[in-house]
Design a protein around this ligand. Structure first.
Ligand code: NDP
Length: 331
């Protein structure tokens, strides 16, 4: 082990402006934790763009190593659950915001936050999934626990061409569901068909507040990345006993609905949180994704980048210019 490692380090100036640079960081500066991981890959989420841009005050103290997600190999461990050589993945737990994250060759974290890489999933593909893919898996798992089965009819995915949406479409289709994809980008139809979408809805169709408290029962379930009027609208179209997984807020964080879908159709609105999700559930969901998602579909969603591209990717994601999932080789 050398005494330093390369990291993309953020510093805050006297004017509170945040700037980033690749630096050699002393190993003695690594934060507390019982497992040290040699990071292989990370990724760029919207939140990473915010952290790199110093937006939203998500970081508690500087200097800071960003990177919400990472995959790598355990280098040293005082945690009985992990030993050197174990392949691991980390998403959530406010790593990359409150704690140093994956944009460094080494990361030191609590072992309880790590998930052992399931069989069949490589370190780079774990990052093609990252928080977005894990969240899609969590939503599918939650809906299935509430009774969703392929035989019960169509499942709607909103924000379908985004990171969560793309993995949700591919995973549902692979599990035998008929998937309706709501997207605002008609140019992504071929891409989404390739992932397994069976039909399309223009997102504008769902973007207005619903005129009636109940509409025709159209979908057995939905994974919603948009919220706002879109969520209010789709709740009126869920079949008796069906469920909606509330994942995202790309279209706003307020929902004006009536309780009639809940009271007259027994519809369930199920919250999805990937950040503080307990470790045991994480392991189960990662295994479910690895066991069901065809890897060639995941490869169609992701693209590879060098470590030096991080600053540019951070800016691009804030402008909505990153399609699918960006996998970054660390080091
Ligand atoms: P992306 O930015 O990749 O995708 C969001 C998608 O939403 C876009 O691709 C677009 O889909 C659609 N969209 C964007 N703006 C609007 C709008 N104004 N109205 C309607 N649709 C819109 O994000 P992710 O897929 O990574 O995340 C999706 C959501 O889930 C985000 O809100 C994110 O914050 C949240 N999230 C929640 C997590 C949790 O634990 N609950 C974890 C991870 C993410 P299209 O182009 O197909 O129309």
């Amino acid at each position: 082990m050398t005494d330093t490692f390369k990291a993309y380090l953020l510093r805050e100036g006297d004017d509170r402006k945040v700037t980033g640079a690749f630096e050699e960081v002393a190993m003695s500066d690594l934060p507390e934790g019982d497992v040290t991981v040699r990071v292989a890959y990370s990724t760029v989420n919207y939140k990473d763009g915010m952290v790199m841009g110093g937006i939203g005050r998500l970081v508690r103290s500087y200097p800071h190593v960003p990177g919400v997600d990472f995959s790598g190999v355990v280098e040293a461990s005082d945690n009985p659950g992990f030993k050197p050589g174990d392949k691991v993945v980390l998403t959530g737990w406010r790593v990359g915001e409150m704690h140093w994250g994956g944009y460094g060759e080494l990361a030191r974290v609590k072992g309880d936050w790590l998930v052992k890489l399931p069989d069949g999933l490589s370190l780079s593909r774990a990052m093609a999934l990252g928080t977005a893919g894990f969240t899609a898996g969590l939503a599918v798992d939650t809906l299935e626990a509430a009774g969703m089965t392929p035989a019960k009819g169509e499942v709607l995915v909103t924000g379908a061409a985004g990171g969560v949406g793309s993995v949700a479409v591919a995973l549902l289709a692979a599990k035998g569901y008929t998937v309706a994809a709501a997207t605002g980008r008609a140019e992504t139809h071929d891409y989404l068909t390739g992932l397994g979408a069976a039909s399309f809805i223009d997102r504008a169709e769902l973007a207005e507040q619903p005129g009636r408290p109940l509409n025709k029962e159209r979908f057995q379930a939905a994974i919603d990345n948009v919220a706002g009027p879109t969520l209010a609208n789709l709740l009126t179209q869920i079949a008796y006993g069906g469920s909606v997984a509330a994942v995202g807020l790309a279209g706003g964080n307020e929902v004006a609905t009536t309780v009639l879908p809940f009271l007259l159709r027994g519809v369930n609105l199920l919250g999805i949180d990937s950040v503080m999700c307990p470790a045991e559930r994480r392991q189960k969901v990662w295994s479910m994704i690895a066991g069901n998602l065809p890897m060639e579909k995941l490869d169609a969603i992701s693209h590879s980048h060098g470590f030096d591209e991080l600053p540019a990717l951070g800016k691009a994601i804030l402008k909505g210019e990153v399609r699918g999932r960006a996998v970054v080789t660390v080091g």
